[in-house]
Each structure stands twice: as structure tokens, then as C-alpha cells.
Design a protein around this ligand. Structure first.
Ligand SMILES: [Zn+2]
Length: 292
């Protein structure tokens, strides 16, 4: 089969990686937004000091926020983007798994039915149907349930894997090693920048480092809804988008650049940015139906 070398360009930024794709794959470009469905879900809630999300603003005020995660059905696979809090923190058992300190800082409320495996069942899928699990990063409320998907491909930035296994000391608390110990032999797609997952322009991983060393967001181009930019922790809430510096960042300067990057792509595509921990925005969305 004829092979082409394609260099992808996204909204003003040269993609870091060159990709080899088949000529046949390029034909799917015309139908790239067809038959894709997306559900937004929440792995229960966290109650935390708002100052963790908006640095130097509302410090000392505790707020309750969702823990966003997504299921995406694409003709070439079933995807999960972020996996929520570990199943072991369900039904009041937080301290037994995270320990008192973490549970005090990020009070997790999660019923067993809110864990990603049961949420998939409610949509008519099983964990074994999932072909790809994409991680924004490896913090406890995003990569908590990697072990529910031993047979999937796991899509993560190489830098994030290294940070997760040996974090900077000031970042250490949010990485729960037992979430992912024993997963080194899992099938990882280790990225070094942006990546067009199926080479059809529909599901694009975006490098948005800053919150962590290897943070990534997801651009999903839907036929009716248009472009969704699933920011994950690159933008926790609308206040961060409006300029309030996010708390708990590995690198604030890179974090602010990543916020700008997402806004530029949003403007170029006339799309929407969906935040990770914004209760108001989450409540405005419809969680009983698929966005297409
Ligand atoms: Zn988070």
C-alpha cells in the first residue's frame, strides 16, 4: 500500500511529531466527524479549598466540584478519557485507600455506581470494549482506575509517565503510586507532543503541559456539536480561562501558555472548552445523552 508522510499542523502550532499513515486512512478525512458519540460523566465529587483551583483567590473557601471523565465512541474504537478516583475510595472508604491527609484535602464522595466500569455498563458497554484509555495526567482523580483496563491501549505523554513514577517532591501528594504500580507492562502509547489518534482529524491529543510535566487535553470534532476541547486540568474552571492562575501547578508559566493555546484553538474552530472541575458548567451539560 502506498505510504504518505504527513506533518500535522494545528491552530498555529507545528505538531511535534511526523506520522506515517496509509493512503487509505486519509480518505476518512471527509467523514471524520461522522458517527462519533461523546458522553461526559463524573466520578462523584471532590470538596476542596477553592484556592487549590484559583491561586490566591478565595483561599480558605471549600467548594464541591465534579470529577469529569468521558466516554467516546468512534468507528475505530471505544475511548475513555480520564478514569476518575480509584474504585477503592467508593462508598465512604476514602481514608482506607488515600489516607486521612488526602481525604481531608480532597474530600471524595463517590458511590460504587459512579466508577467508570459501572458508568460504561449503564451506557451498554463493558470495560473489555474499551480500546484506548487516554489520560490527561496521572493525578489521583484522573488515572485512578487504570487497572480496570488491563487490555486497552493507554495513551499518555512520556514525560507524564516519568513524573508519575518519580514526581517532584512538591507534586508528590497528588500522585498515588498504588493506582498504577504493576502497570509497566501495559500497552502504552507514549507521546512526545500532539497526536491525531486515528489520523482522521477527529480525536486529537493536545500537549497542554503546565499543570503537570506531561499534561494533555483532547480535541474532539463532532458533526453536530462542533469542536469540543476537553481541557482536563489545563483549565479547572471558567475563572482560570478568564485569567486567574490555577493552583497546584508544576509550572505556572507553561500552564498559562496552555490556557492560551486552548483558547486560540477554541476561537479558530468556533468550538467550546469543557473544564475538569467547574460545577456550574458541568450542571449546564446534558449527562443523559451522547453529544454527537
Ligand atoms: Zn483533576
Amino acid at each position: 500500500m502506498k505510504r504518505l508522510i504527513i506533518k500535522a499542523v494545528t491552530a498555529g502550532a507545528l505538531c511535534a511529531a511526523s506520522m506515517v499513515v496509509s493512503a487509505q486512512d486519509t480518505k476518512t478525512q471527509d467523514t471524520k466527524t461522522q458517527d462519533i458519540k461523546l458522553w461526559q460523566l463524573s466520578s462523584g465529587s471532590l470538596t476542596l479549598d477553592k484556592g487549590w483551583l484559583t491561586a490566591m483567590s478565595d483561599v480558605g473557601t471549600r467548594i464541591k466540584v465534579p470529577v469529569a471523565m468521558y466516554v467516546i465512541q468512534h468507528p475505530r474504537g471505544l475511548l475513555v478519557f480520564d478514569t476518575g478516583n480509584n474504585v477503592a475510595v467508593s462508598d465512604g472508604n476514602c481514608a482506607n485507600y488515600w489516607g486521612e491527609g488526602l481525604c481531608g484535602a480532597f474530600t471524595a464522595e463517590q458511590t460504587r455506581d459512579e466508577v467508570i466500569d459501572r458508568q460504561l455498563s449503564k451506557l451498554g458497554f463493558s470495560v473489555d470494549d474499551v480500546t484506548h484509555v487516554i489520560y490527561s495526567h496521572f493525578h489521583l482523580d484522573h488515572a485512578g482506575n487504570i487497572k480496570l483496563f488491563p487490555n486497552a491501549k493507554h495513551v499518555v505523554q512520556k514525560e507524564e509517565l516519568r513524573a508519575a513514577w518519580w514526581p517532584e517532591k512538591f507534586q508528590r501528594a497528588a500522585y498515588v503510586l498504588k493506582d498504577y504500580d504493576g502497570t509497566r507492562d501495559y500497552d502504552f502509547i507514549q507521546l512526545t507532543g500532539d497526536f491525531d489518534l486515528f489520523s482522521d482529524g477527529s480525536i486529537i491529543v493536545l500537549d497542554t503541559k503546565g499543570h503537570t510535566q506531561g499534561h494533555q487535553s483532547l480535541q474532539v470534532n463532532l458533526k453536530n456539536t462542533g469542536t469540543l476541547l476537553l481541557a482536563a486540568d489545563a483549565i479547572y474552571t471558567s475563572e482560570n480561562e478568564a485569567g486567574v492562575i490555577p493552583g497546584i501547578t508544576w509550572n505556572t508559566n507553561l500552564s498559562m501558555q496552555s490556557i492560551d493555546r486552548l483558547k486560540q484553538i477554541r476561537d479558530a474552530t468556533r468550538g467550546q472548552i469543557w473544564y475538569s472541575h467547574d460545577a456550574q458548567q458541568y450542571d449546564r451539560h446534558d449527562h443523559d445523552r451522547a453529544y454527537d
